[in-house]
Every structure is written in structure tokens, then in C-alpha cells.
Design a protein around this ligand. Structure first.
Ligand code: G1P
Length: 287
């Protein structure tokens, strides 16, 4: 059973300045929940209950969000607003560990910070910028593939050619349905050098042997230690699968992607569905 997830949350959020100057981007709200909570809830739906959050400077709010707030609960009780208390305690029955990545050395380095805590178990990695529609079952599907093959599984999405340079891109062969056997990976290639339009998106099921590769990779694209480079090394030793996701993903680390996620996920909240549809129609009639 896969029980652990690593949530890298040390990034500076430069795509989202100025709000990320003093606030963690992982705490940006979509409706009333911070981005990182969507990742946690996605894991909880897959029975993952151990979280290793890789944080950095200016990220204290994340720890506070997944902790009890005794004073707030007491105040809510006194004011007769205890109905809110259950929604404050998503951390009940979950275990959180917070590790600080002391320098912004990249995703590979961030994941390597969790090495001592993962030990010899497989684990999920969720990049919180990528919000997967909560009605989709991407992570559960990836875990099922892992259970079947006992091999790492990476989520893929077909992206427009002009966007490949924002992603890790794979070459691979279709095994069946949405499953690819990966032959090669390259981090943020130039359009003319991209091996395909199959981009790595922020969901991975990894095995602990990735840590040995993370230990030996040199700095890669952007001078950072890249997970993609460690996966390329691992690929020489074992099979890695790619799972083509056909559902809805939002890049909420990008301002426009965040707006789209906010609108779409608000429309899924029963208390706002009709009101928001009406409002959008009103707005659109003025375009
Ligand atoms: C990271 C990975 C990249 C992947 C992307 C998915 O890049 O390095 O391979 O395609 O996440 O969101 P980042 O967006 O953190 O620069």
C-alpha cells in the first residue's frame, strides 16, 4: 500500500508576484481552500496519510494550516460557530512532517530532502501548482498501475508544441490505452528539440531507488538539480511508465491558469453553481 506523499512547497512563486512576496503560493486560495489542501485531499482520496512537505523561508503558514488552532476553535465555540470546526481539521488522522530545503536548488534537491523519511517505500509526489479536477481519478489510476507493475509511473499530458519548453518531455511507446513505456526524458527542451508533445505533469509515483540517482545528478536546466535528470538515469536501470492524463488540469502557479481553476472549481461548489453561472452570463452579455 502506498501511504506516503512528498509535497514540494519551497518554490519562490516568481510567476505569481507580487502576492508571493511575503505569502507562500501554496496558500493562495481557490474559493476557500489553499492550493496545497487540494493536493492533500487528492491523496486522502487514495488512502495516503503521510505527508512530507518540503518548505522554505516564508512558508510557516503552511505548517499552521495543517495544525490545530486551539484559540480559533475556542473562539468559534464561544461565538456559537462550532459548525466550522470540522473543516479546520483536515489534519486529523493524517501525519505531517515539514522539512526545510535550505537553498532553492530545484525539484530534484527538494525531493532528496525527504530521503531519510521515505526510507524504502514507494511514494507519490504532487506538485501543488498542478490542480487536478477533484472528480478525476488520476492519482488513483497511477497507483493502480504502480501496484500492477511495481514500476515508477509519471503523469503525462499532451500539450501544444509551443508549450513544451515549460515541461519535462518524454519519448516513449504506447503500451496500451493511456500507458506509455518511457524511452527518454528531457527537462524543458527547446521546441525544435522536443522528442514529443507528451509533457510531464506534477504527479509521480516513485520508488526509493530514485534517491541514489538524485545523489549523483549534476545541476541541470537552470542550474538546478532536476528530478527529470534523475529519472533519466533511473531509466537505464528499470522500466518507467507514463500515464497519459486526459482529464482537466489547471496550472494554478500561472495567473491565468489560477483564474481558470478558480472559476471552474467554484462552479462545482453547489452553493455557488447557479449564482456564478448567472453572473458569468451577465458578464458575457456585455462582451
Ligand atoms: C517541474 C518539472 C517538470 C514538469 C513540471 C510539471 O517543473 O521539473 O519536468 O514538467 O514541473 O508541472 P516546474 O514547473 O517546477 O518548473
Amino acid at each position: 500500500m502506498l501511504k506516503k506523499a512528498i509535497l514540494p512547497a519551497a518554490g519562490l512563486g516568481t510567476r505569481f508576484l507580487p502576492v508571493t512576496k511575503a505569502s507562500p503560493k501554496e496558500m493562495l486560495p481557490i474559493v476557500d481552500k489553499p492550493l496545497i489542501q487540494y493536493s492533500v485531499e487528492e491523496c486522502v482520496r487514495c488512502n495516503i496519510d503521510e505527508f512530507i512537505v518540503i518548505t522554505g523561508r516564508n512558508k510557516r503558514a503552511i505548517e499552521d494550516h495543517f495544525d490545530y488552532n486551539c484559540e480559533l476553535e475556542e473562539t468559534l465555540r464561544i461565538k456559537g460557530k462550532e459548525a466550522h470546526i470540522p473543516e479546520l481539521n483536515i489534519q486529523n488522522d493524517l501525519n505531517f512532517a515539514f522539512i526545510r530545503q535550505s537553498k532553492p536548488l530545484g525539484l530534484g534537491d527538494a525531493i532528496n530532502c525527504a530521503k531519510a523519511f521515505v526510507k524504502d517505500e514507494p511514494f507519490a509526489v504532487l506538485l501543488g501548482d498542478d490542480i487536478i479536477d477533484p472528480d478525476d481519478t488520476l492519482l488513483a489510476d497511477m497507483i493502480a498501475i504502480y501496484e500492477q507493475y511495481k514500476s515508477p509511473v509519471i503523469a503525462l499530458q499532451e500539450v501544444p508544441l509551443e508549450d513544451v519548453s515549460m515541461y519535462g518531455v518524454i519519448s516513449g511507446e504506447l503500451v496500451s490505452g493511456q500507458l506509455y513505456k518511457i524511452n527518454g526524458l528531457v527537462e524543458k527542451p527547446k521546441v525544435e528539440e522536443a522528442p514529443s508533445r507528451l509533457a510531464v505533469i506534477g504527479r509521480y509515483i516513485l520508488t526509493p531507488d530514485i534517491f541514489a540517482e538524485l545523489d549523483v545528478i549534476p545541476p541541470g536546466r537552470g542550474g538546478e538539480y532536476q528530478l527529470t535528470d534523475a529519472l533519466s538515469l533511473l531509466l537505464k536501470k528499470r522500466v518507467i511508465y507514463g500515464y497519459l492524463f486526459k482529464g482537466q488540469r489547471y496550472d494554478a502557479g500561472d495567473k491565468f491558469g489560477f483564474l481558470k481553476a478558480t472559476i471552474s472549481l467554484s462552479l462545482k461548489r453547489p452553493e455557488y453553481t447557479e449564482k456564478l453561472k448567472k453572473y458569468i452570463k451577465e458578464l458575457a452579455s456585455g462582451f
